[in-house]
Write a protein that binds this ligand. Sequence first.
Ligand SMILES: *Cc1c(COP(=O)(O)O)cnc(C)c1O
Length: 397
Amino acid sequence: MTDFTATRALFRLPENVVYLDGNSLGAMPVAAAERARAVIEQEWGGELIRAWNSADWITLPARVGDRIARLIGAPAGSVTTGDTLTVKVFQAVAAAVALRPDRRVVLSDSGNFPTDLYVTDALLKALRRGLELKVVAPEHVADAIDDSVAAMLLTEVDYRTGRLHDMAALTARAHDAGALAIWDLAHSAGALPVDVTAADADFAVGCTYKYLNGGPGAPAFIYVAPRHADVAQPILAGWMGHAAPFAFDLDYRPAPGVERMRVGTPPILALSVLDAALDAFDGVDMADVRAASIALSEQFIAQVEARCPALTLASPRDSHARGSQVSFRHPQGYAVMQALIDRGVIGDFRAPDILRFGFTPLYIGRDDVAKAVDVLADILDRGSWNAPRFHARAAVT
Ligand SMILES: *Cc1c(COP(=O)(O)O)cnc(C)c1O
């Protein structure tokens, strides 16, 4: 059994804050701050450029990739890290459509995060091969898979509602039609058990600043199924993905395997912080995380529905059809969330009317959930959210 009292002690959270936004930016592991200081002062400050070898900076993208691989059911050597998730989506889609040159459609759904759709649409237009992004409602994806589809690009957990796709079933369906499956695990990695091998995914991508607690803007990851890794075409042919970067050849030759998905110089400070943050998952069983996250979510839904009639559940009621977040709708959701944050209960808001709450058992427990509901009920009972200062929109919601 995972010891959640022990994992909670690994994080530093401010006093008097209930943090229910780990689905957007994970809390800070104490080890991350310590590692940042050590890397800056000892490795960068002391070793200078020698640290690429002496501290093995050059293999850090792969070493961190292997730690993420364990959390998503991928074999060692099949995941690399760097860049942002938007870039990793771009690379995965480009590689997938090149593997299905006779097909025209990339299929996605309207529950996907906008950047995945924007970057895919822009890529398909730039390729000038008559490729098209088709976006259907999440419940219509299975029926929309046909032999025009080169690749299906789906985010397993809907960022607004928390609705969970059936990764194995949809992947099997795509494969039956001869299409490839690309899974975005932004709200899955570190939140639920994921098994890209069992689901037979072709590509998977994700960010690491949400449930993996890697810090703001932490590097993204990409998985390429071993059967594709030596043939996938890297659209961003960068020197770090070259077979021999320090040969400085004028011609590009992709590195073997997933290393070809590296682009430029890795962000060592950010990767080091992420590496330290991943220590929090050592000895953690993702099945325990899932069970605890469901228990916290169920507690939250039951108490909110009993005490806050102004809120409507926007997430699936069946816990097995949800990721690790719960969303409620309120017509003045933005102001309600600002009032909550003002009282130390931190969630977030997604337009037009969604209040999102993330449940992260590594550092959130039953007492936190009970306290959050008390404050939420109080704000709604008193109408204190209706103060003018809670209606002023900040740049980031
Ligand atoms: C959070 C999130 C992103 C963010 O992409 P970045 O490039 O890291 O800004 C993209 N896609 C999904 C599905 C997300 O949830």
